[in-house]
Design a protein around this ligand. Structure first.
Ligand code: PLP
Length: 444
């Protein structure tokens, strides 16, 4: 045994006194945790601390205490994160945060629930009917609605049911990659539809589409370029122009706005697209709608019925938790995403100054600064939203990721910025507490 090891590791006789796993698990706190989190999970945590004790990193007498401290809050390894990135919809943080109303609805639906049952008659009913009713009430321009797993699934179902073995007419300016290497053209071709590309990257006219319409046309697809912008010498055909061509027009709006959003005047919405003559609108539920991950299909009753009855619909079916969250998002109070989108920059600045003031008083090197936030995650490319942040030394960014809840900041020009645009005001105190906990000289 070398010296270094000898000094770090407990003496051999102390290691022999390492408590046995079953003795540790009998500790009332760990026993209670096993009932709550599962015995296997608690055992894994205990084994980790025992290994640290064996290496001399944890005093033998503290093993039980350390194991209790290391227990996770839930049986899932997913940890809550405060989104201080200034990116409203952060894909890596799970996009939209659900409203309290949606969280309550998810919890209430998480047992057995009447998702597909009429409690009045006791017989089977249309699955998720109350969520669909809520959508139709929010979008009266839609005759019918169907919900699938995500926006991509909505497109796949539409392409399969309307154009498998036939053609989808789409502009070369709308052959987009939606992220992480997923390209819409590949997705569409995987359904067995053929792409009939028209126009050019920057210009596509109604005549380009008209020339391509024929007996093989399944539909025209109009994709909103939700993560880039083409500027300069451009031309695109509107849904209203395409609706004149006598074939179904599917409008993929991406963001999930049901009606125009004053804060984002250039972002398309379902109501306007349907009023302009789209047969079908597809969208995501967890972008600007601010709900759970899901895909919305809104529009013509016959088309929606065809899609909902297609065999593939079963494979893309959403779960009761999603339906509960979607309904509460559509019916309930403004979801956090929309509140963040509409937040008053002066109120954000005041919050930043208040936070920076209390932290500075605690001896922390920080100040309030003006920043620019973005929508991110598939919406409003090129749009910046005036925001405010608490600016800290860059070293805080990594330390804040280790707090509970974790805080995800943005590092810009060598500073760690806690951008408040996507942080609900109710989380300010928690945010300040996290900064205090990782401040130098506080023992962490
Ligand atoms: C985001 C997006 C999609 C994919 O939706 P998911 O919900 O991520 O599957 C498709 N089309 C457009 C235009 C989008 O912005």
């Amino acid at each position: 045994m070398d010296r270094e090891h000898a000094s770090a590791a407990p003496a051999a006789d102390e290691r022999r006194r390492l408590p046995r796993t079953d003795v540790l698990l009998a500790d009332p706190r760990l026993d209670a945790a096993a009932a709550r989190l599962g015995r296997r999970l608690v055992k894994d945590v205990v084994a980790g601390v025992q290994a640290q004790a064996r290496n001399g990193e944890v005093p033998v007498a503290e093993i039980a205490d350390r194991a209790v401290a290391a227990l996770p809050a839930t049986a899932s390894a997913l940890r809550p994160v405060i989104n201080a990135t200034g990116v409203l919809l952060h894909t890596n943080l799970g996009r939209a945060a659900l409203s309290e109303a949606a969280r309550d609805a998810v919890l209430a639906a998480s047992g057995t629930t009447d998702v597909e049952l009429d409690l009045g008659t006791g017989v089977r009913a249309r699955r998720g009917r109350s969520a669909l009713d809520a959508l139709l009430r929010a979008v009266p321009a839609a005759e019918a609605a169907h919900v699938v797993n995500n926006g991509a699934a909505a497109l796949v179902l539409a392409a399969t049911a309307l154009a498998r073995g036939r053609e989808i007419i789409v502009s070369r300016g709308e052959m987009v990659e939606i992220g992480d290497g997923f390209r819409l053209p590949d997705l569409l071709v995987s359904t067995g539809a053929r792409l009939r590309e028209v126009g050019t990257t920057n210009r596509t006219t109604p005549a380009d589409y008209a020339a391509a319409v024929g007996p093989d046309t399944g539909c025209i697809l109009k994709v909103h370029p939700s993560n880039f912008r083409v500027t300069g010498f451009t031309r695109e055909a509107s849904v209203a122009e395409l609706a004149q061509l006598g074939v179904p027009v599917v409008a993929d709006i991406g963001s999930g706005l049901l009606t125009p959003e004053p804060a984002l005047p250039d972002e398309p919405d379902a109501t306007s697209r349907l009023r302009a003559g789209a047969s079908l609108v597809t969208a995501s539920g967890d972008k600007l709608l601010g709900g759970p991950q899901c895909g919305l299909l809104l529009g013509n009753a016959d088309l929606v019925r065809t899609l909902a009855r297609h065999p593939l619909a079963r494979a893309l079916r959403v779960d009761k938790l999603t339906l509960a969250a979607l309904e509460a998002t559509v019916r309930g109070p403004l979801p956090p995403t929309v509140s963040a989108l509409r937040a008053d920059p002066r109120a954000l600045r005041e919050r930043a100054e208040r936070l920076a003031g209390t932290l500075f008083a605690d001896g922390i090197d920080c100040r309030a600064v003006d920043t620019e936030a973005v929508v991110g995650g598939g919406g409003a490319p090129g749009v910046t939203l005036p925001s405010a942040a608490v600016s800290l030394p860059a070293a805080y960014a990594a330390r804040l990721r280790g707090t509970e809840p974790a805080v995800m900041a943005r590092v810009e020009d060598g500073r760690c910025l806690l951008d408040l645009r996507a942080v609900p005001e109710a989380a300010d105190a928690e945010l300040a507490e996290a900064v205090r906990r990782v401040a130098p000289g506080t023992g962490s």
